[in-house]
Design a protein around this ligand. Structure first.
Ligand code: IPM
Ligand code: MN
Length: 335
């Protein structure tokens, strides 16, 4: 079966790391067909295009999307701040209902956990606005949207994941002592769904405490479930404690498969090192492994993940790393 994959290299180091990841995909021999989309801040600055509706329609018919990074090197100068982040990345997550952002982290046996981040609600839903903008009496509000359905499907996904790990542990992370409405809903849903998974042991930590645990005792965690904004922040920290954000991969999943899922490194477009061939491609390559897993190519997925799991392969340029990993994948799948 040919997997139809849409590729958005995007801005900054996005195209370089995506190119490296595609070389590794090629090395798996898995049958696929690529369609490249030239989108991102660079494209907006060129001709005003953000994300045409026809492109969104084409994406609906694909099996997966692979994204490098989108972001403007000088936000707010030529283009409005956050335009491509909201207009491409968040629109894709929302409209394709990629309601799970799965971010695994592994470095040693002490750092081995995954974060299930809710990906379509919370403060990212864009609720809020200005009142009396630009005056001394200006008001800005930014709400957090938490629906029963949205929280429940995310929590259920996390319990399902935790029920399949060796340790079978799931922590809810929130700030329910202060965010008493949203936190209450999350905890109630968590406790209810927990009743269906007696084999999973559960815990709760406040987000601030979780940050300390990430650094001081990461072995505390197996699977974590949290809301969109907490998950965003916590997964950058996760990247940092797991060897650097250049290794952190993610899957934006539509588990119901009513649309394609999207796979991307957690890092951004890093404009300061763009075009120099020295970006770390490992996060993008591991994202390909997550994509292969989602596409049902378990053997190829395992080969790619394993080939990335060797620190001695991380020396040199973007292309050198990609070639070394691609060779290892070829050898492992041939053997
Ligand atoms: C991420 C990114 C995005 C997010 C930005 C680019 C909108 O930081 O994927 O973690 O906040 O979700
Ligand atoms: Mn982020």
């Amino acid at each position: 079966m040919t997997h139809r994959i849409g590729v958005i290299g995007g801005d900054g180091i996005g195209p370089e790391v995506t190119g490296a990841a595609l070389r590794v995909l090629e090395a798996t021999g898995v049958d696929h067909e690529l369609t490249h989309y030239d989108l991102g801040a660079h494209r907006y600055l060129e001709d005003g295009t953000v994300l045409p509706d026809e492109v969104m329609e084409q994406w609906r018919g694909l099996d997966a999307l692979l994204l490098g990074a989108v972001g403007d090197p000088a936000p707010g100068v030529a283009a409005p701040a956050g335009l491509v982040e909201r207009g491409i990345l968040l629109r894709m997550r929302f409209e394709l209902d990629q309601y799970i952002n799965l971010r695994p982290f592994r470095l040693t046996d002490r750092v081995d956990f995954e974060v299930v981040r809710e990906n379509t609600e919370g403060t990212y839903a864009g609720e809020g606005g200005f009142l009396r903008k630009g005056t001394p009496h200006e008001v800005a509000t930014q709400g957090s949207v938490n629906t029963r359905m949205g929280v429940e499907r995310c929590v259920r996904f996390a319990f399902e994941r935790a029920s399949r790990t060796e340790r079978k542990q799931l922590h809810l992370i929130h700030k329910k002592n202060v965010l008493t409405f949203a936190g209450d809903l999350w905890q109630r849903v968590f406790d209810e769904v927990a009743g269906e998974y007696p084999a999973v042991s559960t815990g709760y930590d406040h987000i601030d405490a979780a940050c300390i645990h990430f650094v001081e005792r990461p072995e505390r965690y197996d699977v974590i479930v949290t809301d969109n904004l907490f998950g965003d922040i916590l997964t950058d920290l996760g990247g940092a404690v797991a060897g650097g954000v250049g290794f952190a991969a993610s899957a934006n999943l539509n588990p119901d498969r009513t649309g394609p899922s999207m796979f991307e490194p957690v890092h951004g477009s890093a404009p300061d090192i763009a075009g120099q061939g020295r970006a770390n491609p490992v996060a993008a390559i591991v994202s390909v492994a997550l994509m292969l897993e989602h596409l049902g190519e378990a053997e190829a997925a395992a080969a790619v993940a394993e080939a990335c799991d060797k620190p001695e392969r991380y020396e040199g340029s973007t292309d050198e790393i990609a070639d070394r990993v691609a060779d290892a994948v070829r050898t492992s799948l041939a053997g």
